[in-house]
Design a protein around this ligand. Sequence first.
Ligand SMILES: O=C(O)CCC(=O)C(=O)O
Length: 260
Amino acid sequence: MIDNQSHLNSSYDDVGYFVIRNYFSASEISSLREVILKFHQLWKKDNLKFYQDDAFNSSLITGSEYLEFDDRVKVFNFISSKKMMDVVESVIPVNPAFMNTQLFFNPVNPQLKDFWHRDCQYDHDIEIQKQVIHETQVVHLRVPLFDELGIELVPGSHKRWDNDEEFDVRQEERGRVSNENLSSGKQIKLAAGDLLVFSADMIHRGLYGLDRLAFDILVFDSAANFIDYVDDDCLPDVSMLDKIEDPRLFVNTLHLKSNS
Ligand SMILES: O=C(O)CCC(=O)C(=O)O
């Protein structure tokens, strides 16, 4: 168990994020990177037009479309490794559940700019967003596979509504655009080996540049109502569960699925 679990919990609660520097060894990252790059090459080939025109991320990395059984098991074992579970449980102590994975890269299209948002804005209109930021939020765990400029976020915004500048920029109101700088933004540079944990509904943006390839794992509290966001195909099947050392994170999701 990491020795400062309660400290991590209180920083997450206070400011909405924390970062653990050099959490993963070079060999842990290179073995993960090898599998994720395999996914990325196949995904890009299969989604060429989307990749060239619009994309800055892919998702469902643990799904069956691009990775074979053994590679999927490898990724599942990374996601539910003791190191990851210690961190997940510092934020969600009881029955955390796996939601999905995403892979963030630099867009090919130079017109795409790094943009401020709260994840909940894609599902809810403004009045509902004001409510859901006071409810349980999805947690992102970002594992950068190469050194990157990182994420810029607004500390504390997981628990409060936007000020005028944040709102106008994020929503592109009153002539503002979503890639402008925010005076409340804080840049968290990341290196391969670091782990960043942040709340999906805080105001944030990824910073494009360098050779970024960031593997994000999304988890949620089983008590919250997020099961409909989970795609069955990104979960391990029974034969894979046997090969996952500590499958609790996935078993919790499978239980929610079977009850939904
Ligand atoms: O890295 C990015 O481009 C965006 C990251 C993000 O929005 C997220 O992880 O929710």
